[in-house]
Write a protein that binds this ligand. Structure first.
Ligand code: ADP
Ligand code: MG
Length: 348
């Protein structure tokens, strides 16, 4: 499907390790005041001036977390950054720096890594984070990417998973499930392509879903928006493994129960159409499909008026006593216990 049209293939051995590092990192400039020393010494030096420092890291393995047959390297670089920034946003902190570590086999020429770093640089620019270091090494097979993100926040602004209280409202940003269906579409096209490599996929009806899968965004805008609305969430988490699983994390850590209302879950019209096409229940995907990178949070009931008119937010439920457990309340008004099945629930 996505042929390698790059004519030039410069072997990495031609540059050597240090040549490669300086080539890939030469355009990373410093924008954050907290970055005192960036790439080039044994370690970066950061100064958060009395603020709390937030750190999160992720490891992505080819064949496990990404498939290069439909994931262009530029998108992979972008997404690898975004998923980390999403974790920082979920703490209600501002992302400021990242480090980028990669291991690659000799299957990858310089041009492939340039593409990967183009995506990384684009995300760093859009989200205004400095790339302050990393590591570059070889692997025997495939590509491995590990990104660490740092962020800052005042102690009073940090939001954890354990602060939700009974009667709090459960709120989610954006819409859910589309990234998972985007993956289903790409997997299907990959299989069609394997049978007939001349078949050019027509993906017009799937653009939103594919974009949600290949180019997700981190909701770093929500911290500022909530601050403006004078709302501080009581608990927060990002939706990486699926709504159901994230709700259960908040419930367990906050020692509360939850009622999630099926009819309130925000989904996109294109998502509904494609679920019908795949003959798959849209609610099942919306609550179990992962990789939406939206934020899920709880707020005090008194704050409802401050967020109710904002199109970024949907109230999807409320928190209850722990003994009541976590449930999905269906359109038919039956209560089904929520399970933390994540994406594997959909692969059965
Ligand atoms: P060391 O051998 O001390 O670990 P390196 O030679 O690996 O140092 O790295 C030199 C500099 O380049 C360091 O600042 C390091 O953080 C940075 N660096 C190495 N690889 C990467 C990468 N993939 N992305 C960004 N910075 C990198
Ligand atoms: Mg090193």
């Amino acid at each position: 499907m996505l042929e390698d049209k790059t004519p030039q293939r410069t072997p990495l051995s031609q540059l050597g390790e240090f040549g490669l590092i300086s080539h890939l990192t030469k355009n990373f400039d410093v924008k954050q005041p907290s970055t005192l020393k960036s790439i080039g010494d044994d370690a970066a030096v950061l100064d958060f001036k009395g603020k709390r420092t937030v750190v999160s890291t992720d490891l992505l393995i080819e064949g496990v977390h990404f498939d290069l047959s439909y994931m262009p390297l530029k998108h992979l670089g972008y997404k690898a950054v975004v998923v980390n920034l999403s974790d920082i946003a979920a703490m209600n902190a501002k992302p400021t720096q990242i480090t980028v570590s990669i291991a690659v086999s000799n299957r990858f020429p310089l041009e492939a890594l340039e593409e990967l770093f183009e995506g990384i640089a684009m995300a760093a620019k859009i989200y205004k984070v400095d790339v302050v270091g990393g590591d570059t090494t070889s692997s025997q097979k495939g590509m491995i990417i590990s990104i660490t993100a740092l962020g800052e926040a005042d102690e009073k602004d940090l939001v954890y998973r354990n602060g939700a209280r009974e009667n709090d409202l459960l709120v989610v940003t954006g819409d859910l499930g589309s990234a998972y269906m985007g993956l289903q579409v790409l997997e299907r096209e990959k299989q069609v392509f394997q049978v007939n490599p001349n078949n050019q996929p027509d993906l017009d009806n799937y653009t939103y879903l594919i974009e949600r899968q290949l180019k997700p965004e981190a909701r770093t805008d929500i911290r500022e928006l909530l601050e403006k609305l004078e709302v501080k969430p009581t608990a927060m988490i990002d939706v990486s493994d699926g709504l159901s699983s994230e709700i259960i994390h908040i419930c367990k850590q906050s020692k509360v129960g939850c009622n999630l209302f099926e009819e309130k879950i925000p989904i996109d019209p294109q998502f509904i159409n494609v679920c019908e096409e795949f003959n798959i229940d849209s609610t099942t995907v919306a609550i179990n499909g992962g990789e939406d990178y939206e934020l899920l949070f709880t707020i005090a009931l008194e704050d409802f008026d401050k967020i109710k008119a904002n199109p970024n937010f949907t109230v999807i439920g409320h928190m209850t006593q722990e003994s009541e457990g976590a449930h999905l309340v269906t359109r038919a008004n039956t209560k089904i216990p929520l399970k933390a099945r994540g994406w594997d629930a959909l692969s059965q």
